[in-house]
Ligand binder design. Structure first.
Ligand SMILES: [Zn+2]
Length: 203
């Protein structure tokens, strides 16, 4: 019996003809833990970011999952949502993960978005990188926020007139995704959509 990835209790597998033939998907969570996650499927349309689909609302269950995954770096937790993330993609679109901050890359922490895509078994291309925010020292913070994009094209990146699908773990204000979408649009992308695992709704 394999343990639940969140609470470590052994998962009871029911003997069935599916499990006998190895057709049943191995569960990653026990029933008690999986019951806590309720799909929300929040969909919105916009201008620079044409559409965004978030699979879950930010609630206690997602807060616990995100903390354990991202901050405690429990990489295996990516598998909890791998299949659901894969099913949210169509076969035609090209997946572009939101890149991690260079400081985090320097500290060799794992890339949480790319690890989610690996669990979803979906290939992706990295077209973006974070801009260096330290070079505009003489401008006020207000000016910088107004004009500076958080992202730029990665060296050698080729953007085609097709649909791209950005992927991020959480959508909060949407600034991150809109900045990323505007870079791809300016470089010639026909349409930019996004999927996030979680949507944080300001109440
Ligand atoms: Zn559990």
């Amino acid at each position: 019996m394999n343990p639940c990835l969140l609470c470590m209790k052994p998962i009871k597998e029911m003997a069935s003809w599916q499990s006998f033939f190895g057709l049943e998907k191995k569960k990653t969570l026990c029933d008690d833990c999986s019951k806590r996650f309720v799909r929300a499927d929040i969909k919105e349309e916009g201008d620079v970011l044409d559409a965004v689909h978030s699979l879950y609302e930010y609630d206690d269950a997602m807060r616990d999952w995100l903390h354990q995954y991202k901050f405690l770096q429990d990489v295996a937790l990516a598998h909890v949502f791998g299949d659901e993330l894969r099913r949210s993609f169509s076969s035609k679109e090209t997946i572009v993960p939101i890149p991690m901050h260079p400081e985090r890359a320097r500290l060799r922490t794992f890339s949480h978005v790319e690890t989610l895509l690996n669990a979803a078994k979906r290939p992706y291309i990295q077209l973006l990188e974070k801009t260096n925010t330290g070079v505009m020292g003489e401008k006020s913070k207000q000016e910088r926020l107004g004009m500076e994009n958080l992202f730029e094209l990665a060296p050698g990146a080729v953007v085609q007139p097709i649909t791209y699908r950005l992927v991020d773990d959480i959508y909060t204000t949407g600034t991150t995704l809109r900045h990323a979408a505007s870079v791809l649009k300016q470089a010639g992308a026909a349409r930019v959509e996004a999927v996030t695992l979680i949507r944080s709704i300001q109440k």
